[in-house]
Design a protein around this ligand. Structure first.
Ligand SMILES: C[S@@+](CC[C@H](N)C(=O)[O-])C[C@H]1O[C@@H](n2cnc3c(N)ncnc32)[C@H](O)[C@@H]1O
Length: 457
């Protein structure tokens, strides 16, 4: 690497890569997971360096609120006035100092300073050095703002969430649950597989165990198998085509839809096809699953994924369903799934950046979109058929409130209580209302909401 004035600078490749991913996430709005795997595919890194790069990206995004609180105390210039490149370098250094025991402070400071030198004049590197040295010296002893001066500000800083969101959860959940939820959101989820119905979970676990890969079954979805400490490439090598990576809570959506084998099913917001494939599997790959999404690129990923699983009953079609439906959707469906675009607040464990992207106005804007999608979906359900509404949000405004407004407008639909339909292991997650709700702090699952509605005959 050439530094300023052609000076060779030796920079930690893992940190350099993490820095570029953090920039792609904050400047271009990329998903952390996608930006990280794209860059890891472009550059050859040792396994420990790959692990470090990933730890740094997710760690910085998860703890950004706390890191900025600490950095703000020791930077003579306001953080808001710094370029995102410099701020990201400071966060990278501060994360290693404050939250990674295995990196000595000296190395954390030095590597950020060296990275600064690859792009900026010496005085910027000097500024990064001064701030991070102060963080190393006094940061670990710094307390968050006292709870007595404002609980939301205290929790926002100490648990690294935006204050507006903490305030909303405090209103909806109270202090104790909010504290537990914030802590759970900062705990990374384990890698979870959705195992093909054939040969089933036990057979796959046995095959992986033979290869020395440890697993444990999920508590709720009969198809969920956790493979902590494994990576997907290795698992694919050992058991190709026998599973797909999917969070356990996301598996509950397909189980709640319980689509009929041989039927006509519509997946209105299919995205990358995570749930589409599950629907087709549950239908024994018989009948039709029509998978629509307005994002043709995401559908293409889904198409490839399902081809790998050998599923043939799915048809993908790009369509903005609020504008015009394709001719294939002209006949009514036995079941329609609306896996709605939402705030994503239930999946902060694995997608920590989402919390920094949302604004306080987003939940209301999304609720309007969700209501419109649910309305468009309703007309496509045959009398006696099923409409399933799902989100990975943890705000009532995007969940119960959307369903209540829908039911008030559509007397031809009623709630179909999920407890009667789902496998016994899923029943504890069904509320009295008949809806299925999962919480990171209560169930160690991502946060999902699922409502099953029936069109009266
Ligand atoms: C929660 S994601 C779906 C995830 C997907 N079901 C899965 O399991 O992988 C919501 C999707 O809704 C799509 N979407 C949003 N508005 C839409 C519209 N008007 N018409 C069709 N799709 C839409 C987005 O492109 C996004 O892929």
């Amino acid at each position: 690497l050439a530094g300023l004035k052609g000076r060779p600078v030796k920079v930690s490749p893992a940190r350099r890569l993490a820095w570029s991913v953090l920039l792609a996430v904050s400047e271009k709005g990329d998903r952390a997971e996608a930006a990280l795997s794209r860059r890891l595919a472009q550059i050859r890194l040792s396994q420990p360096d790959r692990a470090l790069a990933s730890e740094l990206v997710y760690g910085v995004l998860r703890w950004q609120g706390w890191l900025d609180y600490v950095l703000g105390r020791f930077s003579r210039r306001p953080l808001a006035g710094l370029s995102i490149e410099v701020l990201s370098l400071l966060r990278l250094g501060a994360y290693q100092i404050l939250r990674l025991d295995r990196v000595p402070d000296r190395a954390a400071v030095h590597t950020s300073v060296e990275l600064a030198r690859t792009r900026f004049p010496e005085w910027t590197a000097g500024f990064v050095n001064a701030v991070l040295r102060a963080v190393a010296e006094k940061g670990p002893g710094l307390a968050p703002p006292p709870a007595g001066d404002g609980l939301a500000a205290h929790l926002a800083a100490s648990q690294s969430h935006p204050a507006w969101l903490v305030e909303r959860w405090l209103e909806e959940l109270g202090e104790e649950e909010t504290r537990a939820l914030l802590a759970a959101n900062n705990t990374p989820p384990g890698l979870c597989l959705r195992v093909r119905l054939e040969p089933g979970r036990e057979a796959l676990a046995a095959r992986l165990a033979e290869a020395g890969l440890e697993t444990r079954p999920g508590l709720y979805s009969p198809q969920a198998l956790y493979a902590p400490g494994s990576n997907l490439e290795r698992l694919e090598e050992v058991a190709p085509g026998l599973f797909t990576a999917q969070a356990e809570a996301a598996q509950l959506v397909g189980l709640a839809a319980a689509p009929p084998a041989g039927g006509r099913v519509l997946d209105l917001c299919a995205g990358v096809g995570g749930k589409t494939g599950h629907l087709a599997e549950l239908m024994a790959d018989r009948g039709l699953v029509l998978a629509l999404d307005k994002d043709a690129g995401r559908l293409e990923v889904g198409r490839e994924r399902l081809a790998r699983l050998g599923l043939k009953s799915v048809r993908f079609q790009a369509a903005d369903v609020l504008q015009a439906l394709p001719p294939e959707a002209s006949e009514p469906f036995d079941a329609v799934l609306v896996d709605a675009p939402c705030s994503g607040l239930g999946v902060l464990r694995g997608r920590p950046e989402v919390r920094w992207r949302l604004s306080p106005q987003d939940p209301a804007r999304l609720a309007r979109l969700q209501t419109a999608l649910l309305g468009a979906a309703a007309d496509l359900v045959r009398p006696g058929g099923t409409l399933v509404y799902a989100t990975c949000s943890l705000l009532g405004e995007e969940n119960q409130a959307v369903v209540s407004a829908f039911l008030a407008a559509r007397a031809d639909f009623e709630v179909e209580p999920l407890a009667d339909l789902v496998p016994p292991s899923v029943r504890p997650l069904v509320q009295e209302s008949g809806f299925l709700v999962t919480w990171p702090q209560r169930h160690d699952l991502d946060g999902f909401f699922v409502a099953r509605l029936k069109r009266r005959s």
